[in-house]
Design a binder for this molecule. Structure first.
Ligand SMILES: *[C@@H]1O[C@H](CO)[C@@H](O)[C@H](O)[C@H]1NC(C)=O
Ligand SMILES: *[C@@H]1O[C@H](CO)[C@@H](O)[C@H](O)[C@H]1NC(C)=O
Ligand SMILES: *[C@@H]1O[C@H](CO)[C@@H](O)[C@H](O)[C@H]1NC(C)=O
Ligand SMILES: *[C@@H]1O[C@H](CO)[C@@H](O)[C@H](O)[C@H]1NC(C)=O
Ligand SMILES: *[C@@H]1O[C@H](CO)[C@@H](O)[C@H](O)[C@H]1NC(C)=O
Ligand SMILES: *[C@@H]1O[C@H](CO)[C@@H](O)[C@H](O)[C@H]1NC(C)=O
Ligand SMILES: *[C@@H]1O[C@H](CO)[C@@H](O)[C@H](O)[C@H]1NC(C)=O
Ligand SMILES: *[C@@H]1O[C@H](CO)[C@@H](O)[C@H](O)[C@H]1NC(C)=O
Ligand SMILES: *[C@@H]1O[C@H](CO)[C@@H](O)[C@H](O)[C@H]1NC(C)=O
Length: 633
């Protein structure tokens, strides 16, 4: 390598590092301090997010996590896994190359010589005395370029994915778009320069993503005098400027003036003014946006004449100093109010609220999950499925028969990927669904597609809900299962869950260090709610109201969590197969895993009874397909 090439190599290395950092920032947030950059580092475990969680954990659960066996949220594969795959791939390749080199003492000497030489790179360099460093240097440069190319390619994919998906749906973002038209800034060709067609040399081009004080997602009526609005709020802007919404107002249909004009004139006698209360989930894992549920309450009934009207939120894009303006967030049509069954009867007994569905899911497992729960709920359920990019054609074909029967509503939240939030806007999905389910179902349920609900007989879901009719919410135990340790296969068509027979110890609340499994702010539990009584929730519990609920322990009613089961990762399943006859029920396997075949039995029953269940009948599915195709053409 000659002296001209060295600065080039330095530049390439520099760019690689910068791109590397950009890449991590884009995919998983700012680099964390414990992330060593050395090539000798062993690849990180899958649960990278988990390490930032300031939560105390059950020691067993923690060690399971450390072993990559389970993770509360790693079913949301994608973001961290993709980037980690990329990272470990690159590291592995780097190591492999280094190791190959290291087998030859000569080349390893060249390597250290090269590195030493590189330290002096600012002084005009020389080839190694014997010229033998060149081969290694070229190799190194080539590898660097290769990696750089791959990082760039990956960045482009990220960019493409963000742009394509964001364009698919129209999230009604009320706050001004940050696109600045070409014409507003920069040079133009033509007059004076005599250089028609020359390229733009200056002008504003925006990169990265700006923050928005409020990203509106949905708005619902809550009662005759209340509304609820769900959206994202920038954590940084909120910290700096305060709440982005200050009040709300209702303008009846038929008003001669717009809200703006009325407020300008100061005569607001035809506008009803309401009070806003903002609830934040406050769980962001360091991302930019929190979820806000904005409750707007009026003194008197609103729109009670059923002539329709509009709800406005009084919003600011920055601070109060810069002013608030009314933004229309909901329009009620004449008579729409009359169609709401505030007191029931409700169309469904149950509503299931999915988390954002993303990454690549295994259709077989999704179907098993649906069949199991459908029979548990006796079919009296409506599913709200949140598509964050994971409902591909295979998953859609599983859903189709149920969509055709009006049992599944798919809600597109793909566009929320533009905004960095806790697990692809999981709290947005939960809180939107809570509002959607309000006058549709008696109870709403919130858990993931790798989690299976189970109740200790003779109780069943309808009996425990009937017994706790007055409860505002119900919290269930959460039991972590191994999907590494399994029982032997009995038949080829059995379900994945039928082979799972080992769980961690029952979580208890009394002992120190085990609080994470209890109800309360630290509890990693799952819940169901009367959606007319609860207005805000997180993944693990209700936030508003926090009280008036019923708590069941894991031996009564529980969510069985087979972490990541629905994802395409069969290779990690059932690698340690146990003959159940040889496992003593009263002794934990490895001191951790307790034998329990109750879920295996339950799912076997569900599989057998599903053979007479026609809701997944594929002829319905093809009817639906042809109907849809007709509708489209
Ligand atoms: C990104 O999108 C462009 C235009 O649609 C396409 O040409 C390109 O191949 C895409 N790049 C990647 C890495 O997917
Ligand atoms: C710039 O040049 C192109 C090509 O010559 C021409 O079509 C266009 O009208 C010019 N634009 C302006 C603003 O003059
Ligand atoms: C305010 O507007 C209402 C109609 O919207 C009108 O009846 C009333 O006279 C106005 N009051 C004033 C002080 O202008
Ligand atoms: C969320 O954070 C805000 C601001 O720090 C605080 O006022 C509010 O009480 C918190 N809400 C909950 C539910 O913890
Ligand atoms: C909006 O809120 C600001 C600040 O609280 C208040 O001064 C203004 O009157 C409100 N405007 C409307 C239209 O409610
Ligand atoms: C307002 O009410 C009238 C009469 O009921 C109705 O025809 C019209 O569609 C309504 N307008 C809107 C925007 O809802
Ligand atoms: C649930 O339990 C109740 C009370 O034991 C019983 O009457 C009912 O039939 C059961 N329902 C189902 C679906 O098994
Ligand atoms: C669970 O609750 C039941 C009924 O309240 C109680 O009998 C049982 O001991 C509890 N189990 C555990 C593990 O706490
Ligand atoms: C689908 O349902 C129809 C009628 O319910 C039945 O005739 C048909 O055999 C079913 N097909 C399958 C594949 O189960």
């Amino acid at each position: 390598m000659n002296s001209k090439e060295k600065p080039f190599l330095v530049a390439v290395l520099g760019m690689l590092i910068v791109l590397w950092m950009c890449f991590y920032y884009l995919r998983i947030g700012p680099p964390v301090t414990h992330e060593a950059q050395s090539f000798d580092e062993t690849p990180l475990s899958r649960n990278q997010f988990r390490t930032h969680l300031p939560q105390s954990r059950h020691p067993l659960a923690q060690s399971a996590l450390d072993n990559g066996l389970s993770d509360e949220d790693d079913d949301n594969l994608g973001r961290s896994e993709l980037s980690q795959n990329m990272r470990s791939q690159l590291l592995a390749r780097m190591n492999a190359r280094y190791q190959n080199k290291d087998t030859s003492n000569e080349l390893s000497k060249q390597k250290s010589d090269f590195l030493r030489d590189k330290e002096k790179q600012m002084t005009p360099g020389k080839s190694l005395p014997d010229g033998s460093g060149d081969a290694w240097n070229e190799e190194f440069q080539q590898l660097t370029e290769e990696l750089l190319g791959e990082v760039l390619e990956e960045l482009k994919k990220v960019q493409n994915a963000t742009i394509d998906r964001a364009d698919v749906i129209d999230i009604p973002v009320k706050v001004q778009s940050d696109k600045i038209a070409d014409s507003m800034c920069g040079e133009r060709n033509g007059s004076g320069t005599g250089q028609s067609g020359m390229q733009l040399k200056s002008g504003l081009r925006l990169f990265g993503q700006a923050l928005h004080s409020f990203v509106l997602f949905s708005a619902y009526r809550f009662s005759i005098d209340e509304f609820v609005v769900v959206g994202l709020v920038s954590v940084h802007l909120r910290e700096k400027y305060g709440d982005p919404v200050s009040s709300c107002a209702w303008l009846p249909n038929g008003s001669a003036y717009t809200v703006d004009l009325l407020f300008q004139s100061g005569n607001t006698s035809s506008v009803q003014k309401g009070i806003v209360k903002l609830f934040y989930v406050n769980e962001t894992l360091g991302t930019d946006y929190d979820i806000a549920v904005c409750k707007c309450t009026f003194e008197d009934p609103v729109g009670a004449n059923a002539r329709g009207g509009s709800l406005y939120l009084n919003m600011t894009s920055a601070s109060a100093k810069e002013g608030f303006e009314p933004v229309e967030v909901l329009h009620e049509l004449p008579d729409e109010l009359l169609s709401i069954q505030f007191e029931g009867p409700f169309r469904y007994d149950y509503a299931f609220c999915s988390p954002p569905i993303w990454g690549r899911l295994h259709p077989k497992h999704v179907k098993e999950w649906l069949i199991y729960h459908h029979s548990l709920w006796q079919g009296k359920v409506h599913y709200f499925m949140y598509d964050a990019g994971g409902i591909d054609s295979e998953i859609e074909s599983i859903f189709q028969p149920l969509i055709a029967q009006g049992l599944i509503t798919v809600i597109n939240i793909v566009g929320t990927q533009k905004f960095r939030t806790f697990y692809n806007s999981q709290h947005l999905a939960i809180n939107d669904c809570l509002q959607r389910a309000r006058f549709v179902a008696k109870w709403a349920f919130f858990w993931d597609l790798d989690e299976y609900f189970q109740i200790q007989p003779p109780a069943n879901i309808s009996s425990i809900l009937a017994e706790n009719e007055d409860a505002v919410w119900i919290s269930f135990g959460h039991l972590v299962w191994s999907k590494i340790y399994c029982k032997q296969e009995e038949r080829p068509d059995e379900w994945a869950v039928e082979r799972m027979a080992f769980h961690l110890e029952y979580p208890t609340c009394s002992e120190k260090g085990r609080s994470s499994t209890c109800h309360g702010s630290e509890g990693l539990r799952k819940w169901a709610a009367n959606p007319r009584a609860v207005s805000v929730g997180t993944v693990y519990r209700t936030l508003e109201p926090e009280w008036n609920g019923v708590v069941f322990n894991a031996s009564i009613a529980r969510i069985n969590h087979y972490s990541g089961l629905v994802a395409y990762n069969d290779e990690s399943n059932c690698v340690l197969i146990k003959n159940l006859n040889e496992v003593d029920e009263s002794v934990a396997l490895d001191g951790w895993w307790w034998k329990d075949i109750s879920m295996a039995e339950n799912s076997k029953k569900a599989r057998i009874s599903s053979q007479s269940l026609h809701i997944f009948n594929s002829s319905l599915s093809s009817d639906y397909l042809s109907l849809r195709n007709v509708a489209r053409s």
